[in-house]
Design a binder for this molecule. Structure first.
Ligand code: ATP
Ligand code: MG
Length: 467
């Protein structure tokens, strides 16, 4: 019975039912028509019988011939009506009582249907009726016959059964054809999609399991295409994830040993503190600061896991000093270099942020700017500005470089996607965005033209509730 729960099974039954209903709708008027034709024909036969009687000398025929004629007409009496008089043409010995009279000359469709159904439902007993018809072959006003309607009923039932049988055959054939068509065009392709989804689910990383759209039915082909696209996306996402997972593991290992190496560097730098060399005196604090920062970062990465940043520890940070430190770390402090850096921020301006993380955000943005200008081979300038409104603290980093290439624009802030230069990882902007978002803020590309690029860091004035 599972067959009838499916789409094609249900359609099979529905088609049979619908065709049968249509047949009933056709049956009722056609059985009425059948009855009318039947009676019409009896009238015609009666006329022929009358003609042979009228043709006989003085209108008399032998009783034997009379019986024969009535038998052929299937009538009990035949009466011919002229104006004002009527003549019994043929009559049988029996004169049964007439139960109803039907005038075929004045019959509407509704009455015909009612009369036909009435007779069919009224049992098989004999029932004599009178029928009045139009004498088409002779010159008379009307021709009237009495006949037993039992054979009429039998003929109507016969006819009904024939129609029923025929409609059964038609509906079964139609239904079977619809069933097969639905199977072929809908159910099988759907099953194929379902099978494919199951197979894909078992091993979503196998590209050969992505469905190849093949249905010729538009809607199903659309569904197949959409499925194929989705499977492709899932596959890409899974691959990216496993790549990220292995990268994370590698990062954890590297971080671990890097911390040890950096610690050694820190130890060595500490020893240099004894030196009296003025150059050492100037650069050493910065070297130590940078090493501290590196050790701190590595340590935090190890504690929080490679994929997650530590939550920001907010403080009031003097932005100008921080930006200048970044610039210096990038080697931008040197006067007369090809790339100038201008930090247009008042000395006392502060922002509420995690200094370590804000340093990394600025470092990534300014390093990108520096690299872009350097790659263009022309001199240029990087500017850092700040602004504070009631709702947000804004920091803008702009440069006069060549602007972002299309690939970087399309994949802005997506890890591993946007990198365009050789040896670049395409992580810088993604990291910066993640760090700014962790502050409850947003990093945005304001403009990028062949004349320069500008990024905006927007931080909330109050720390976001989630931190
Ligand atoms: N200021 C800029 N001017 C021009 N192009 C830029 C600028 N900033 C970023 N880009 C483009 O965007 C791409 C993505 O930058 P992102 O910092 O995310 O990665 P990356 O610099 O390529 O690699 P890394 O992970 O080492 O930072 C860069 O490769 C570069 O092409
Ligand atoms: Mg970068």
């Amino acid at each position: 019975m599972a067959l009838f729960r499916g789409l094609s099974g249900r359609l099979l039954i529905l088609t049979i039912v619908v065709v049968m209903l249509v047949e009933v709708a056709i049956f009722v008027p056609s059985v009425a028509r059948f009855r009318a034709d039947y009676l019409d024909e009896r009238v015609v036969r009666a006329q022929i019988a009358s003609l042979s009687v009228l043709a006989a000398p003085d209108g008399m025929v032998s009783p034997e011939l009379q019986r024969q004629l009535l038998k052929r007409t299937e009538a009990l009496n035949i009466v011919l009506r002229e104006k004002g008089s009527s003549a019994m043409i043929l009559t049988s010995e029996e004169m049964p009582e007439v139960s109803a009279t039907f005038d075929l000359r004045r019959m509407d469709a509704g009455a015909m249907i009612v009369d036909a159904l009435k007779r069919m439902l009224s049992g098989h007993g004999s029932d004599v009726i009178r029928v009045i018809g139009e004498p088409t072959m002779m010159d008379a006003e009307a021709i009237e016959i009495t006949l037993d309607s039992a054979p009429l009923r039998t003929a109507m039932l016969d006819y009904g059964w024939r129609i029923l049988r025929l409609s059964l055959i038609i509906s079964v054939i139609t239904a079977a054809m619809i069933f097969l068509a639905v199977r072929r065009f809908v159910v099988s392709p759907l099953m194929r999609v379902v099978e494919n989804v199951k197979a894909f689910q078992e091993n979503p990383e196998d590209p050969s399991r992505i469905i190849r759209p093949s249905s010729r039915v538009g809607e199903i082909a659309d569904a197949e295409r959409a499925l194929a696209e989705m499977q492709q996306d899932v596959l890409t996402a899974l691959r990216e994830r496993s790549r990220l997972a292995s990268l994370g593991e590698a990062l954890a290992k590297i971080s671990h040993d890097l911390r040890n190496m950096l610690s050694t560097g820190q130890l060595m730098a500490d020893r240099l503190e004894m030196s009296r060399d003025p150059l050492v005196g100037r650069t050493l604090p910065k070297l130590i600061g940078s090493l501290d920062r590196a050790i701190n970062l590595v340590q935090r990465t190890l504690t929080y896991g490679a994929a997650e940043e530590a939550p920001p520890e907010l403080r009031q940070v003097r932005l100008r000093a921080l930006a200048e430190e970044v610039a210096e770390g990038l080697g931008l402090g040197v006067e007369g270099g090809p790339v100038r850096c201008e930090v247009a921020i008042p000395e006392r301006h502060t922002v509420l942020a995690d200094p370590e993380q804000l340093y990394r955000v600025l470092a990534n943005l300014m390093r990108n700017a520096l690299e872009a200008i350097a790659a263009s081979g022309r001199p240029g300038e990087i500017r850092v500005r700040a602004e504070e409104t009631a709702a947000a603290q804004l920091i803008r980093v702009s440069d006069t470089g060549p602007g972002l290439p299309a690939k970087a624009l399309e994949n802005l802030f997506k890890p591993f996607r946007g990198g365009t230069r050789r040896g670049s990882t395409g992580l810088g902007l993604a990291i910066a965005q993640e760090l700014v978002r962790a502050h409850g803020g947003e990093l945005k590309l304001i403009s990028s033209t062949t004349g320069g690029t500008e990024f905006e860091i927007r931080l909330p004035t109050k720390p976001a509730a989630a931190g």
